[in-house]
Write a protein that binds this ligand. Sequence first.
Ligand code: SF4
Ligand code: SF4
Length: 476
Amino acid sequence: MSSEIPVKQVDPSPGSAKNNRKGEAVDLYASRKKIYVKEVKGFFQRIRNVSLTLLMGMYFLFVWLTLDGQPLIHFDLPAREFHLYGATFYPRDFFLLAGMLIICAYGLFFITTLFGRVWCGYTCPQTVWTFIFMWVEERIEGSRNKRMKLDRAPYTTEKILKKSAKHAIWLFIAFATGLTFVGYFYPIRELIADLFTLHANGWAYFWVAFFTVATYLNAGWMREQVCLYMCPYARFQSVMFDPNTRVVSYDPNRGEPRGSRKKGVDPKELGLGDCIDCGQCVQVCPTGIDIRDGLQYECIGCALCIDACDEVMEKMNYPKGLIRYTTENELEGKPSRLLRPRTFGYGAMLALMISAIIYVLATRVPAELDVIRDRGALFSFNGEGRIENSYTLKIANMTEVPQTFELSVSGLDGIRILTHTTVKVDSGENRPVPTVVDVAPESIEQTNSEIRFTARSVTDPSLVLETESRFVGPTR
Ligand code: SF4
Ligand code: SF4
């Protein structure tokens, strides 16, 4: 079966018309050309090294940390609990998590509007892991030229050893990544003990293997392909750019016409700009593009080309910044504005949502009392001639410790609870408590009276839960 999709070009573009006037089949598939990224040192690479170390450190460390006996971050799916920095969230708090995710998304939009793809270039997991894998590759196989030579060379013992060592280290990092990721769902200490003693359940093995393979393939093999073809963010973020967005750009006014020259020669005498056409900016680019062609969706904003070009400019005794963070307006000699309607819009939305989440979190009561009237008999008379109603109280304890509650009822003279009035509710438990209430017939003035249940925690006296219900009696 052929992988080629026959396409007739109905409206050929000027560039391709000559080649396809007869409606010949064209292949829409282009095989990946391996990109050999040259290592570069510089200011922006140092910033990325700091962010990379911080993020990796947090990722691998936080899974081991606990706070007040609870994991710092843990998604307990079987118990349907989410532990985050000492707070526990339940399915009923889903809107809070959704709110936090929306805030993160808006934060990303806000930053992108101001500084382009800084998320992609410095903090995206795909970038972070790819840079670590590239670092390992450089340490084992050597510089860009050596790697290209090694790939062209026939398989020798040295080549096999180098390739095996690289893939073994990649797989080890990928396994550590997968294990840590699953550790956020399955307590990491138990996970390691269970995995290596073959006592973990099948899903734990599956997910560790899945994330190991995904990390190995994404960071080792697919790299820029993930950004170019799989990441939706790369596709829609251009709508957040405007002429005032500060992005990595080449300054054609200063660089063109480009051309090689000897060091010390005044480019003006040769009628040239500052770009010596050395190609360093292309060789260091992890997505293999030439920033001199203008802003492209392939550019992840990693700024490696800035570091590479600055190094060249320094050697040539030219001012740095031929490639730099700048705006379209600045390149055209127009003033650039940091604050503009779009940034105000995103900023205001962000501030509003953050304030709302802080308010909800600050006023969130970590327990709940619900009451459901039993649907059977509306009321009955007991042996003392008093009127009885039955309810189910539901007490949810979302604190980190078990709570003992004292139950009481009010709203009618002499109303009392006949069933248990002391109830212990474990942390994370939503406990149903069948409750019978009675009152003397002379205390009720109408068939349907409002009453109030109270659950007062003995463990934490500040925790007082109240809810209203109805007491039904006979018609008077
Ligand atoms: S690194 Fe700078 S000087 Fe060299 S080709 Fe790129 S833009 Fe031109
Ligand atoms: S052009 Fe390439 S090297 Fe330069 S910022 Fe974009 S992705 Fe990075």
